[in-house]
Ligand binder design. Structure first.
Ligand code: 2DT
Ligand code: MG
Length: 221
């Protein structure tokens, strides 16, 4: 990588049972093996990061071991991203690719679905490191429901997923119209086979594997 390039920041978003976890792991392996420039350094983050003090509160909430006001849990999810913001920026500056499983878009989608105002939901994430590319694994909640069963966590229900999908679609439309500091939003048809989805993801990611030019953007600034 030339010295004027930094690592790429790539985010994967999607509903539960869109194949997101599987695809993120496949993509990480492929990034590590990228042949053209020798192995690419890649760091994978899965938001929420449940190991920090804030992350432990989020984990307890998701397991229904605690009850929190909708505003409170929303701000904790955002704070959990801010905890990692300087780490993300440092990795990118060193030329490391950062691959995140969920990010601020999940934050908005899951909270706006509950009826919190969209703009209010977005506000605490304004200024976070912006992804260069967000890949949305698109699947209808009905098709997702035909896949293997949901787990036991809060939100893992078809009704919730339907509402979340509507907000994700709104975010996607805005990002595609805007094309501003928040990077590119690309929809991937997650209803295809695992191999086909992996191939479609790779096509979108490959141009970024050797790093990107320019400084890191700030979300919605
Ligand atoms: P996983 O199933 O991916 O571990 O996510 N969530 C996530 C929010 O409500 N707000 C957020 O900001 C983020 C990152 C989505 C656990 C659940 O947490 C939800 C599912
Ligand atoms: Mg989950």
């Amino acid at each position: 990588m030339s010295s004027s390039k930094r690592g790429a920041f790539i985010v994967i978003e999607g509903l539960d049972r869109s194949g997101k976890s599987t695809q993120v792991s496949l993509l990480r392996d492929r990034l590590q093996d990228a042949e053209n420039a020798g192995p690419t350094k890649v760091v994978m983050l899965h938001f929420p990061i449940r190991t920090t003090a804030i992350g432990k509160m989020i984990d307890a909430y998701l397991h229904s071991e605690s009850e929190l006001d909708d505003h409170t849990i929303h701000l904790l999810f955002s704070a959990n991203r801010w905890e990692l913001a300087s780490t993300i920026t440092a990795h990118l500056a060193q030329g490391t690719t950062v691959l995140a499983d969920r990010y601020a878009f999940s934050g908005i989608a899951f909270s706006a679905r509950k009826g919190l105002p969209y703009e209010w939901c977005r506000a605490p994430d304004v200024g976070l490191p912006a992804p260069d590319l967000t890949l949305f694994l698109n699947i209808s909640p009905e098709v997702a429901a035909t896949r293997a069963g949901y787990g036991l966590e809060r939100y893992e229900k078809e009704e919730v997923q339907k509402g979340v999908k509507q907000v994700f679609d709104k975010i996607g439309r805005e990002m595609q119209e805007d094309g501003g500091s928040e990077g590119k939003w690309v929809e991937i048809d997650a209803g295809k086979t695992k191999e086909e989805v992996a191939e479609d993801l790779w096509k979108a990611v490959e141009p970024l594997v050797n790093g990107v030019q320019g400084s890191i953007g700030r979300l919605w600034e």
